[in-house]
Design a protein around this ligand. Sequence first.
Ligand SMILES: Cc1ncc(COP(=O)(O)O)c(C=O)c1O
Length: 490
Amino acid sequence: MAGSRDRDAAVGGDMDPEEFRREGHRVVDWLADYFAHPERFPVLAQVQPGDLVRALPSRAPEGPESFDAIFDDFTRLVVPGITHWNHPGFFAYFAISGSGPGVLAEMLAAGLNVQAMLWRTSPAATELEEVALGWLRDLMHLPPAFEGVIYDTASVAVLHALAAAREAVIADVRTKGLLGRSDVPRVRVYLSAHTHSSADKSVILLGLGKDALAHIPGDANHAMRVDLLREAIAADRRAGILPLAIIATIGTTSSTAIDPVHEIADLCEAEGIWLHVDAAYAGVMAMLPAWRHAFRGAERADTLVVNPHKWLFTPFDCSVLYCRRMDMLRQAFSLVAEYLKTTEAAPVRNLMDTGIQLGRRFRALKLWMVLRYFGASGIRQRLEAHVELARMFAGWVDSTQGWERLAPVPFSVVCFRHHPAGMDDEAVLESHNAAIMDAVNASGEAFLSHTKLDGRYVLRLAIGNIRTEERHVRRVWALLTEAAAALPSM
Ligand SMILES: Cc1ncc(COP(=O)(O)O)c(C=O)c1O
């Protein structure tokens, strides 16, 4: 026996459970302090390219190191290179937000190290995904015909949605592919000029080619023009080009514009075209009665994506695709090798059948815990508070001389810029506003990003962080106005 113990010790084994307990408490304590005061770090990392690479050894350690030393390097070297998405002054891109229950769920999922490729490789992971996505679907007032599946990101979700559409539209694509086929016409995917770039990437990756993309111009509010969409489809049909899908967005990336999904869904029905709705950011607002009008028609989509990791307080990453044509998704992605075949007493769902990945993380756990911990009412209350803060900020922009708003505020993002009297050249306005943004971002107190709308450089204030309060929005407004006042106005 002693011999076998010696052998086991020589082989290695994991961290001692008592050490894990001790260090685990230390890590949780560190995180609890961090969540209590994320403002003690600058929101935008104030490091230079290469700083961390230079600070770390170029070779992996040959011998073991103590967790103490590793954790010390984490706090001393790694944390300064973190841009703090948890900081209440994070207003850039979409201010995505994790939350305590979500982080604890991630810890449990990592501890269990679940790999949910098959029902039997963790029945609870498969079934919890079904339950949590059913809850979310009902909260968003989507029909039961929608079956959900979790991916990492909306970029991957749209790739799967378009692959399912390709499967539905192009005969035998799974078997015969696309190359060298005289029986396959050119195809088109219609999207707006403001659709997220991940849709373009998916079309490229699916072998349809960039020429298959038809970017339909937007109206004054940056929503897709359905009259132009209709014309484009008719012209394509006359030219023998086959419509493959239309992508409508509720909450575009730049300005959170809302495409007229209801009208687009009518068109899709009349023309027999696959409708994908991108509600990656704003989808959760379908939980609020006052916003339901923005989602009219979404219930008729073939596929719809919503990202709990954006505005549902679920730590990155977690993106949900709802699909009413799961048969097409399975036809595109199911391929069961001998070593993955199973027999169960009753039919089961194997998550590997609905995606490119075989191995899958247990992402449903964090969504389920977040939905339970805050409850639907707690989530609605937080979303409404964010919209209120955005409206308050928009009000300051509207009522302050020298500032202008460049898009409506349907959700929690404000597009605006400083526009001093007499400064009308777009290039000058761009460098003026970029300088304001850089000054604010250098403060470490707030982080903003920009976009362009109709060729004009625009600052974006995105509210979505669970810790953002009125005082943080007041502070960023003060920083913006101070930065603007410090710059030459001509
Ligand atoms: C409307 C919209 N769709 C899709 C995406 C892509 O999201 P992800 O980072 O989950 O791929 C984004 C990202 O911000 C987005 O704003």
